[in-house]
Design a protein around this ligand. Structure first.
Ligand code: IMP
Length: 175
C-alpha cells in the first residue's frame, strides 16, 4: 500500500490558533530588537509564512537548507548544509524556525553552526516537538505542539517530498 495521510492529529483551526499565540509571544520578547527569522528548508516554509504574519514587529527573514533523512523516516544523525543564509547574522537576534524536532540532531547542528557566526543570540521556535524521540539535549524557546513518536505529514512536513500541501498535520499511514 502506498503511504498516505491518515488520522488528523492537528487541525487547521488548532494550527491557526497556536501560530497566533506563538507570534504574540515572539513579538513581546523581541520588541527591543527585531529578529532575523531563519526558516529551515524545506519543511518550515509553510509554518514560517504563517508565523511571520502573526508577528506585528519589524523583522527580517532568511532561509537555510539542511538534509538529514535522505528519503526515509528515521534520522541518520548525519546533517548536511545544502544551502546557506544569504546575509550575515553577526550581532543580530536570530530565531531559528523549524517544523519538527525528532532526534534533535538537525537543530543541535544548526544552533552550533549559527552560533559560530557571532550573532547576539540564537533562539529556536519549533512547531512540533516529538519529545520522546530526543537523542541530544536541546533547549527549545518556543514550542507549538508536542506529539508522541509518530511520523507526521502536512503543513510543510513531507514524506518523500509529498503531503507538504495538506492544511493540517496527520499521521502517515503505511510509511
Ligand atoms: P531530527 O534531526 O531527528 O530532529 O529531525 C529533524 C528533521 O527531520 C525535521 O526538520 C524534519 O525535516 C524531519 N522530520 C522528523 N520527524 C518528521 C516527521 O514526523 N515528519 C516529517 N519530517 C520529519
Amino acid at each position: 500500500m502506498a503511504p498516505r495521510a491518515g488520522r488528523v492529529l492537528i487541525t487547521e483551526e488548532a494550527l491557526r490558533a497556536r501560530v497566533a499565540e506563538l507570534g504574540r509571544a515572539i513579538a513581546r520578547d523581541y520588541a527591543a530588537q527585531g529578529p532575523i527569522l531563519v526558516g529551515v528548508l524545506q519543511g518550515a516554509f509553510v509554518f514560517m509564512a504563517d508565523l511571520i504574519r502573526a508577528i506585528p514587529i519589524d523583522l527580517t527573514t532568511d532561509f537555510i537548507g539542511v538534509s538529514s533523512y535522505a528519503g526515509g523516516t528515521t534520522s541518520s544523525g548525519e546533517v548536511r548544509l545544502v544551502s546557506d543564509l544569504s546575509m550575515s547574522i553577526e550581532g543580530r537576534q536570530v530565531l531559528i524556525v523549524e517544523d519538527i524536532v525528532d532526534t534533535g540532531f538537525t537543530l543541535a547542528y544548526l544552533k552550533r553552526n549559527l552560533e559560530a557566526r557571532h550573532p547576539a543570540r540564537v533562539r529556536v521556535c519549533v512547531l512540533v516537538d516529538k519529545v520522546e524521540s530526543r537523542q541530544v539535549a536541546l533547549e527549545l524557546d518556543y514550542v507549538g505542539f508536542t506529539l508522541p513518536n509518530v511520523y507526521v505529514v502536512g503543513y510543510g512536513l513531507d514524506h518523500d517530498g509529498l503531503f507538504r500541501n495538506l492544511p493540517y498535520i496527520a499521521e502517515l499511514d503505511g510509511g
